[in-house]
Design a protein around this ligand. Structure first.
Ligand code: ASP
Ligand code: MG
Length: 411
């Protein structure tokens, strides 16, 4: 007997028929003798609709009430799935976040889980019932309902798996695993049998939407074995290998690069003729940080004349207008000539723990892009990734070229 946590995303519970299908999968695991907890998302489209209602009434709504509203989607699904399970003769009951309790900090709309009390779940499992938990939600110290940020039910599932000491955490979604890159763009993309926590973390934070970034952080911290798989297959999950997210030492054949991610969410900002002296960067990035604007890639040139230089960096596309405003306001003080922005860029990253021990990974990327005549605007690297910023129109071409260059193409 294993203790497992199953999580079903929005499309997997998109309508009543899909919920019945999920109930059959859960029932199969129960009948196989496992102790099962289930975490559910809202039915697909529901959270967006609820967010829309809040914005319609007041774009600057009270975040606590936003949480009261948007958490309702998961409440509905948890109850419906419990009913569907009971209908199949499987004892089950629903739990809302506060009933578990999933305790969070008070950052409404993007709360962090602090702890999970497992006693009520243990009692439920001990009584031979399936616990169906509403994902995405928790309760703050104030007693108010919180939500964990979009995509947060992945994090609910991993947190529960960690707290329960589960043997497995299966995340059912609308794709059947983690791919080497976006299969909608690169037809030769391959499903990965395994990927390390670190690589998955980079993939998630770089734009692969399969798992919420925080869920991967949590899985890595607590060494939860996560499996990503599709709920659209008929066989129960245990028979169907999706992608396993695991420790590095569980990877048998280490590729140089495991995946290629891309993000269209960034915009480029260039400050022309910035004074080249100590303290300038601090003065530029300070006000941006104060305005809660995240800066990602940064390059600064050497100055030819020893006086001024250009500074280029990226911010989230959604923050571009605010960033411009902040920079304009402090223009006199910062002493630059002009600010030029470009939203039509894409960040493409190659990721792999294999590059720690191999040279030439970045070079292969630069050559592959050069061969296609793609200009690289900004480059950043870390221990397990190389990212470049290029014109957005080359996204498809770059992904395909890199996929081939790193030998990732399916046979
Ligand atoms: N329903 C929430 C969302 O759409 C949480 C989730 O599905 O993970 O973001
Ligand atoms: Mg999701």
């Amino acid at each position: 007997m294993a203790r497992i946590v199953l999580k079903f995303g929005g499309t997997s519970v998109g309508d009543v028929e899909r919920i019945r299908n999920v109930a059959r999968k859960v029932a199969a695991e129960v009948r196989a003798g496992h102790e099962v907890s289930v975490v559910v998302s809202a039915m697909s489209g529901v959270t967006n609709q609820l967010v829309g209602y809040c914005r319609e009434i007041d774009p600057l709504h009270d975040a606590r009430e936003y949480d009261a509203v948007v958490s309702s989607g998961e409440q509905v699904t948890s109850g419906l799935l419990a009913i569907a399970l009971q209908k199949l003769g499987i004892p089950a009951r629903s739990f809302q976040g506060w009933q578990v309790a999933v305790r969070t900090d008070g950052t409404h709309g993007k709360a962090r889980i602090l702890s999970v009390d497992t006693a009520p779940l243990e009692r439920c499992l001990g009584a031979g019932e399936v616990a169906v938990v509403a994902g995405f939600q928790g309760v703050a110290e104030t007693g108010r309902v919180t939500t964990l940020g979009r995509g947060g039910s992945d994090t609910s599932a991993v947190a529960l798996a960690a707290a329960l000491g589960a043997d497995r955490c299966d995340i059912y979604t609308d794709v059947d695993g983690v791919y080497t890159t976006d299969p909608r763009i690169v037809t030769k993309a391959r499903k990965l049998a395994r990927i390390t926590y670190e690589e998955m973390l980079e993939m998630a934070s770089l734009g692969a939407k399969v798992l919420q970034t925080r869920s991967v952080e949590m899985a890595m911290k607590h060494r939860v074995r996560v499996q990503v798989l599709s709920s659209f297959e008929e066989a129960p999950g245990s028979d169907l290998p999706g992608t396993l997210v695991v420790d590095e030492d569980e990877i048998v054949e280490q590729e140089l690069v495991s995946g290629i991610a891309y993000s269209r969410d960034e915009a480029k900002v260039t400050l022309l003729a910035v004074a080249d002296r100590p303290g300038v960067a601090a003065r530029i990035f300070g006000p941006l940080a104060d305005a809660a604007i995240n800066v990602d890639m940064i390059v600064q040139n050497v100055s030819e004349d020893g006086k001024t230089t250009d500074l280029t960096f990226t911010v989230g596309k959604a923050d571009l207008d605010r960033a411009k405003q902040v920079l304009e306001t402090s223009r006199a003080e910062l002493g630059y000539r002009q600010v030029v922005t470009d939203p039509d860029v894409v960040k493409v990253s190659v990721i792999g723990v294999g590059m720690r021990s191999h040279a030439g990974v970045a070079q292969r990327m630069f050559s592959a892009l050069a061969e296609k005549g793609i200009n690289i605007q900004v480059i950043t690297t870390s221990e397990i990734k190389v990212s470049v910023l290029i014109a957005e129109e080359y996204t498809e071409l770059a992904l395909r070229a890199l996929h081939t260059a790193y030998g990732l193409d399916a046979a």
